[in-house]
Design a protein around this ligand. Structure first.
Ligand code: 5MM
Length: 359
């Protein structure tokens, strides 16, 4: 009986993970915590209220045609409980559109004791109970982000391993609850380090993460990895080409990510929408046929930002903002196929970039 239940749960996890990266689609991260969302709203001149956050999230999930290129949406605790103005729960809106609901379950990165300048992500304490509730609400996957800072003498071994272990414990709890864990170790872009340093650190971090996932008996076939791309620091004088970034990122992932993992869905980390699409495209155009995992996207800013700047809280601009969301989502789907081009960013008037219909 117990064996059967375990087998069924594993099959469900594998099916969900597969669905999240099927048909060249990707994830839309809309799981900004209240403080992060308010920060983005303040920069765009939008009031920082519960109603504005609700309206923005309603605008996103009701984007016409979103499910053609988006497989799953990552929500935040506030958002998963919210409803459309007409009373329809967001989770139902997503389900009706064929988009899988996910939930961010970490409670944020806090100072790591005895490690000045470094952080540990928290939220394990009552996680089993929270996962059960989110699962009841309709979530099929979850997300947890660990943050690795690059600097003089940073990151430390202690910070890398502590975050890797917490990610693995989170992932095991998710799988126990029937939710696919999206495992997000992010090496930050802030700093003046060269691309080679990011490559070395990203590989080290991923090796530690997969060592811990193995130790915690996480089923690799039932998870998604959400890493950073291998990039030079924002302050580095050498900003490498799209192809150099694609080569370095794929080299790093090949070395550190087991073939059993079904999908890698990148975070955008503050890259512009265009650059994130171009880099994702180069990885798929150059390597897709030889890679064991799907190379996909799980962007927040690189999908939402242009639309937020159009909307700025004005309902009159909602349709144009939705078109911008749909545009970025379709560009990223094209990038998964290695078919994205810069020309898609400036299509002739009244014509959207062409994406092949998803089966
Ligand atoms: C790295 O951030 C994640 C991906 O977003 P970008 O594509 O913009 O980099 C994102 O899911 C992030 O974890 C959420 O926005 C939540 O962030 P906070 O800091 O509010 O927990």
């Amino acid at each position: 009986m117990e064996v059967d239940r375990h087998k069924m749960n594993t099959q469900k996890l594998i099916a969900t993970a597969g669905a999240l990266v099927a048909n060249d689609k990707g994830l839309l991260a809309m799981d900004e915590s209240t403080s992060t969302c308010n920060k983005r709203f303040a920069a765009a001149g939008i009031p920082q209220t519960v109603e504005a956050r609700r309206a923005w999230r309603e605008l996103i999930i009701t984007t016409p045609g979103l499910s053609q290129s988006i497989s799953g949406a990552i929500l935040y605790d506030e958002t998963i409980r919210q409803k459309k103005k007409d009373g329809t729960p967001f989770v139902k809106v997503l389900a009706d559109a064929g988009i899988i609901a996910g939930i961010k379950v970490d409670i944020g990165a806090k100072a790591l004791a005895a490690h000045p300048g470094e952080k540990i992500t928290e939220g394990l304490d009552d996680l089993r109970e929270r996962l059960a509730e989110y699962s009841q609400t309709g979530a099929l996957f979850a997300k947890w982000r660990a943050v690795i800072t690059v600097g003089d003498g940073l990151p430390s071994r202690g910070c890398i391993d502590a975050n890797a272990q917490v990610l693995a414990r989170y992932a095991a709890l998710c799988q126990e609850a029937g939710l696919v864990p999206v495992v997000e170790p992010e090496v930050l872009m802030e700093g003046s380090h060269p691309l080679a340093r990011c490559a070395e650190l990203t590989e080290e971090v991923l090796r530690s993460v997969f060592t811990q996932l193995y130790a915690q008996r996480v089923t690799l076939e039932g998870m998604i990895l959400k890493p950073n791309m291998v990039l030079p620091g924002l302050g580095c004088p050498t900003q490498d080409s799209v192809n150099v970034v694609a080569d370095a990122t794929v080299t790093c992932l090949r070395r550190a990510v087991p073939a059993a993992v079904p999908g890698i869905a990148f975070l955008s980390g503050g890259q512009t929408g265009e650059l994130a699409s171009a880099r994702l495209n180069a990885m798929n155009a150059r390597f897709r046929s030889g890679l064991p995992w799907a190379v996909a996207f799980s962007f927040a800013r690189a999908i939402q930002q242009p639309a937020m700047e159009i909307w700025r809280g004005n309902q009159a601009d909602a349709a144009a903002a939705q078109q911008a969301i749909r545009h970025r989502a379709m560009c990223n789907q094209a990038a998964r196929r290695g078919e994205y081009t810069a020309a898609m960013e400036n299509p002739p008037a009244n014509r959207e970039p062409q994406a092949k219909s998803a089966a």
